[in-house]
Design a protein around this ligand. Structure first.
Ligand code: TYD
Length: 123
């Protein structure tokens, strides 16, 4: 099931430094980021995975993530670099409502493999 975790930040007059350490339920094998989504009606994703666990962090701007684990649908607003959304393999998801300045950082537990994708929605 998808869940939000709060990342630890070190903030002072010089700004903020947010750390991801010993908090993810996987070792990171892949990092990608989505940015430059100019149209707020764009929807990305639309799949779940066979094995991959992911951690999503909107490091700038904001976006919305709809999730469905087959039992429950939930919607998350990612609007803080301190929020990290963990998506388990069974969490079918779309990302939407990107602000133009959104940079969505994704940390993944597996190397990219198109065969790891399941595109069908739960009935
Ligand atoms: P896509 O799966 O359509 O992104 P999203 O799920 O956000 O809608 O990926 C866009 C393109 O990037 C597609 O050609 C596959 C490629 N890609 C990689 O090469 N490596 C990756 O790790 C990812 C996530 C995508």
């Amino acid at each position: 099931m998808a869940r939000l975790i709060k990342l630890k930040s070190n903030s002072d007059v010089r700004g903020n430094l947010t750390v991801i350490e010993k908090i993810l339920p996987f070792d990171i094998k892949r990092i990608f980021y989505i940015y430059g989504v100019e149209n707020p009606s764009i929807k990305r994703g639309g799949h779940r995975h066979k094995n991959t666990i992911q951690a999503l962090i909107s490091v700038a701007g904001s976006c919305v993530v709809d999730t469905d684990d087959g039992r429950e649908k939930k919607t998350y607003l990612l609007d803080s670099p301190e929020q990290c959304l963990i998506l388990e393999p069974e969490d079918w998801h779309i990302m939407k409502a990107f602000t133009k300045d959104c940079v969505l950082l994704v940390l993944a537990s597996e190397y990219y493999n198109p065969e790891d994708y399941v595109r069908e929605e739960y009935k």
